[in-house]
Design a protein around this ligand. Structure first.
Ligand code: SAH
Ligand code: SF4
Ligand code: F3S
Length: 474
């Protein structure tokens, strides 16, 4: 398994920096073209679809060829130093293109824009536009400003902006699965994390606008939505017109009830906030997928305290027990950071033993990368040497490889309901799709007449580390 330098929350979803294809656009309608690459978490990929919608209104159509674009946008991530380095490298490449094509506008969006603000203009001389995650509505005005040769910046964070009324333009879509943002920002102050600084305060989007967006997706034939937020379990909406409130469990239920063939997923859950009510709601509805991404970060209570995660090792592991008790077939994945400030060898071993206990089906694993301005950067010394961080990370990865293999081998012989997402990239005579537990299955199309968006029963015959391989059964 790879160490994902930048996390994408769902296996095999869009890749880092992948250009978007202009799906379903009548290109003749657009007199200008923009090219966008997205980095970081699914929230960023989802934001790019909001940006595309705003740009469509302005007559900009998406292109996958940056050569034909008059506007190049990078939707950036600051989560680890490596993520920012990747983007800086990409900017240098685009700068070369701009030297040949002076009218080309280059814009930096997202978390790096928010973190570095005007510094980006100073450091990366040929960036024309800098826009933070809450300021995308001002993009048209910023483009106009930049067209006159001025540098255009808007990095204001908002307490209200949720882009609730903007219907995202689904870019590069498989027509089956879609992401729906239900909240923005984060109020947790995990000491290692830059997100509260780049994304601002937590705010929930109106339940009605979420439901309307999903209804529209269902009408268009989509069969799976993933509700997105940094901490979905703290979703909370007060509906003034009806004087009622909606919490995350209630929102999940509302979405599940929209259509029996619509699958519902969500990401990410903070262990401190996921409630029994959410777990019981998951258990009650077949179409709420049995999969929880539950980041542990560390298996040691002292380190968890320094990380400001607000739970102990025991509390976290009890949550895992509770999940398995209420939803026995639930898959669990996690995020882990190795070599956080002052972590000892013993404390690292606690992470390994917690992994053994939880028997994760999947994990995203990183070594600690100090981010300027975070609580940890201000309070603690980043004192675990890089070789030690990397060696511990390797031990974590090795163990997870074993756990993932074990988890996949347990599935051999079982039959799962799979939602077909499209053709397998490796072999066009195979379909690929996921089961409720979020595992990717590939299987021969055979003589059946199925298509993407259909549900099929697939019996697993063999497994690699990342994929289950099977056959359609009646
Ligand atoms: N809101 C999500 C996570 C967002 S960031 C949550 O709370 O789980 C995704 C993951 O990146 C985190 O879970 C963490 O494991 C990792 N991460 C965040 N900051 C990091 C840092 N400074 N160094 C290394 N990994 C980090
Ligand atoms: Fe970062 Fe913690 Fe918020 Fe997740 S919950 S985004 S790790 S501060
Ligand atoms: Fe990266 Fe921002 Fe997401 S820092 S992980 S793109 S919220």
């Amino acid at each position: 398994m790879n160490v994902f330098e930048i996390p994408t929350k769902l296996h095999d979803e869009k890749r880092q920096g992948e250009a978007y294809a202009p799906v379903g656009q009548e290109s003749a309608l657009f007199h200008k073209k923009f090219y966008i690459e997205s980095y970081g978490c699914q929230m960023n990929f989802s934001d790019s679809e909001i940006v595309a919608s705003i740009l469509h209104q302005e007559g900009f159509g998406a292109t996958r060829q940056f050569e034909e674009a008059s506007l190049i946008l990078l939707n950036t991530c600051s989560i680890r130093e490596k993520a920012e380095q990747t983007i800086r490298k990409r900017l240098t490449e685009f700068r070369k293109i701009k030297e040949q094509k002076p009218d080309l506008l280059i814009g930096v969006l997202g978390c790096m824009a928010e973190r570095l603000k005007t510094k980006l203009l100073e450091e990366e001389k040929l960036v024309d536009i800098v826009v933070g995650p809450d300021a995308y509505r001002s993009l048209p005005a910023l483009i106009t400003e930049a067209e006159t040769g001025q540098k255009a910046v808007n990095v204001l964070l908002s307490r209200e902006e949720t882009y609730a009324d903007i219907s995202p333009v689904r870019l590069d879509s498989n027509g089956v699965t879609a992401f729906v943002s239900i909240m923005r920002g984060c109020n947790n102050m995990c000491s290692f994390c830059v997100v509260p600084f780049t994304r601002g305060r937590e705010r929930s989007r109106s339940a009605n606008s979420i439901i309307e967006e999903i209804k529209d997706l269902v009408e268009k034939g989509f069969r799976e939505v993933t509700l997105l937020g940094q901490n979905v379990d703290s979703y909370y909406w007060f509906d003034e017109s009806t004087n009622t409130t909606v919490n995350f469990a209630q929102l999940l239920e509302k979405v599940a009830l929209l259509h029996p063939l619509l699958r519902v997923r969500f990401s990410t859950s903070h262990p401190k906030d996921i409630t029994d009510e959410v777990l019981y709601t998951m258990a009650k509805y077949k179409n709420i997928c049995k999969y929880i991404h539950l980041p542990i970060q560390s298996g040691n209570t002292r380190i968890l305290q320094l990380m400001n995660r607000t739970y102990s090792r025991e509390w976290y592991l009890a949550k895992v027990d509770r999940i398995k008790e209420i939803i026995p077939d639930c898959a669990i994945s996690t995020d882990i950071i190795s070599g956080f400030c002052t972590e000892t060898e013993e404390e690292h071993n606690d992470t390994l033993s917690a992994m053994e206990y939880a028997q994760y089906d999947y994990a995203y694993m990183f070594f600690y990368s100090e981010r300027p301005g975070t609580l940890a950067a201000r309070r603690f010394t980043d004192d675990v040497p890089e070789e030690v961080k990397k060696r511990r990370l390797q031990e974590i990865i090795n163990l997870q490889n074993e756990l993932s293999k074990k988890s996949n081998e347990k599935d051999i012989g079982k039959t799962f309901e799979v939602l077909i997402e499209g053709e397998s990239k490796k072999d066009a005579t195979f379909w690929k799709g996921r089961n409720s537990q979020n595992k990717m299955l590939v299987f021969p199309k055979a003589h059946y007449n199925f298509k993407p968006g259909d549900y099929v029963n697939v019996q697993v015959e063999s497994a690699t580390q990342a994929t289950l391989i099977g056959q359609i059964v009646a």
